[in-house]
Design a protein around this ligand. Structure first.
Ligand SMILES: Cc1ncc(COP(=O)(O)O)c(C=O)c1O
Length: 445
């Protein structure tokens, strides 16, 4: 049943929360992209609960959530088979002074789907995992430099990545200088950076599919080239894992990166991430080779937490049981098609653009000079949120999103385009309430 179109105007408890929370928590949240400066003023500040594809804020407003817990939700909120498996595991105890049997079960289950990858290491955050991959690559090659895809927005909160953004405070220049960039999905740019820094590059890290369509040929050539230069290819599957394909793009394209990093949707919102890779590199973090120098790879108190591993096992089994990828892609494609038609209908093709891919469809908002407009972005999100769609510019379909949800998202989209068009003609300020969203990666607050 489609919910009756409603206009959410009541955010008083959210406003109280917004006023207080920054006294307790720097940034007011534990991910910068959840922060107040990433949302319009007329938006929920805090969520009480979720079920399936819907969430509720502290004022009791209900929303369809488009980005499912920053893309960590792949099946749905409070998804029963996952919750039940977690509860069963919790009754057995959640953390022991030696590994739990569930660790090998998960290791075998995950690696089973990854031809060419022999070993796996768990952690709670994606950043821990990408940083571990970089450390391994440096140890394996004996080199210092990291090359990252310049357009790909985020790899880690650790210094090797953040030092290469505009938010460098607290990071020594010496560290920042160790990360350089190449143009994503561009072999020539990749070659140039290796020419510029001969025999210095330890690894290249990139998401396999982000904004441009890529081919197996490109990926294979890029990996082969990097190998010919004595460096390591790290494929960051944090977003593509359990989304572009099951388990991810490396299998979809039949290529074997040296290391791959996984997180987000693989445990349906639970804190389980992992690093997989070739034995010759991963084994550097082991304790079996007697004469080898010890490498402190990942060692965390909570890395073996059983309930999150159980969530990952249950999530994986649901992906094996149901056609989750097909469901998600079908919704994503329909959204892309219909949203494009609406953009065209409202004569907004020059200002609102839809970027790849059906599993992670993002919008970009351009002003009349073709520059990104934070004001227009904020206005569009404000208009979606007003209509019960918690929108951050990205629709990342998951298994609990329904056709009815999509219909409602599209109804809101149509109306949001209408207001957006008027704002372009009459001035954004007339329609936007409060300050515009700011980029996460900015030098000053
Ligand atoms: C591609 C990519 N890699 C790594 C990360 C870091 O993951 P986490 O936020 O779990 O540390 C993210 C998070 O957004 C990501 O999108």
């Amino acid at each position: 049943m489609i919910m009756k179109q409603k206009y959410i105007t009541q955010f008083s408890k959210s406003d109280e929360y917004r006023k207080k929370i920054h006294d307790f928590i720097p940034g007011g949240a534990h991910t910068y992209s959840k922060g107040d400066d990433q949302f319009p003023q007329l938006s929920p500040a805090v969520i009480t609960h979720g079920k399936g594809s819907h969430i509720w804020d502290v004022d009791g407003n209900e929303y369809i959530e488009c980005l499912g817990g920053l893309a960590s939700i792949s099946l749905g909120h409070a998804y029963e088979p996952v919750v039940n498996r977690v509860i069963q595991e919790l009754w057995k105890g959640n953390n022991f002074s030696r590994p739990s049997v569930i660790e090998m079960e998960m290791a075998e289950k995950f690696l089973d789907h990854l031809p060419g990858h022999d070993m796996i290491k768990f952690a709670k955050n994606g950043s821990t995992i990408t940083t571990a991959a970089v450390k391994l690559a440096r140890a394996y090659t004996g080199r210092k430099l990291v090359v990252r895809a310049v357009e790909h927005p985020f790899f880690s909160y650790d210094d090797w990545f953040i030092g290469s953004t505009d938010v460098k405070a607290g990071i020594p220049d010496e560290v920042s200088q160790l990360t350089v960039t190449f143009k994503a999905d561009d072999l020539e740019s990749l070659k140039q950076v290796f020419t510029q820094y001969p025999n210095q590059i330890a690894c290249v890290i990139a998401e396999p599919e982000k904004f441009n369509p890529v081919t197996k040929e490109y990926l294979q050539q890029a990996i082969d080239f990097v190998h010919s230069q004595g460096a390591v290819w790290i494929m960051d599957e944090m977003i593509t894992g359990y989304r572009s394909y099951f388990p991810g793009s490396m299998v979809k394209f039949g290529v074997i990166p040296d290391l791959a990093t996984w997180g987000k949707g693989i445990a349906n919102g639970f804190s389980f991430c992992c690093l997989t890779g070739k034995k010759e590199i991963m084994e550097l973090g082991g304790i079996r080779k007697k004469e080898q120098e010890k490498l402190f790879l990942i060692s965390t108190t909570h890395g073996g937490e059983t309930c999150s591993i159980a969530a990952a096992i249950a999530t994986t089994e649901e992906f094996q049981k149901h056609k989750v990828i097909e469901h998600n892609h079908a919704l994503g494609k329909k959204y892309m098609n219909e949203a494009n038609k609406m953009i065209e209908k409202h004569h907004l093709l020059h200002s609102v653009q839809i970027l790849q891919f059906p599993w992670h469809v993002s919008l970009t908002y351009l002003d009349s000079d073709g520059n990104h407009s934070w004001k227009l972005r904020t206005l569009f999100h404000q208009e979606m949120i007003k209509r019960g769609i918690l929108f951050q510019g990205i629709f990342c379909p998951h298994f609990s999103h329904t056709d009815n949800d999509l219909e409602q998202i599209l109804n809101a989209f149509d109306e949001a385009c209408n207001t957006y068009k008027k704002a372009l003609e009459e001035g954004v300020e007339k329609y936007l309430v409060g300050a515009p969203i700011k980029p996460v990666f900015r030098k000053y607050i």
